[in-house]
Design a protein around this ligand. Structure first.
Ligand code: SF4
Length: 64
């Protein structure tokens, strides 16, 4: 699975970065970047928490 973000919905509030910093990062221009799009056994739980926490429901998972 891969992470997908609807950047039209995202408000770059960094909640996902706080929960899954290995996957999400707010850049110097305050825009969200997906720094690791692949969901692995190691980051699966953190990514799930980020998806649940996103107030804009902007994060989803897509098949590889
Ligand atoms: S939690 Fe949602 S709204 Fe916030 S930066 Fe991440 S994707 Fe964007």
């Amino acid at each position: 699975m891969k992470i997908k973000v609807d950047f039209d919905l995202c408000e770059s509030n960094a909640l996902c970065e706080a929960l899954a910093p290995q996957n999400f990062e707010i850049d110097d221009d305050d825009f969200l970047q997906i720094i690791e799009e692949n969901v692995t056994d190691e980051n699966r739980d953190a990514v799930a928490q980020a998806i649940a926490a996103c107030p804009k429901s902007a994060i989803s998972l897509v098949e590889d």
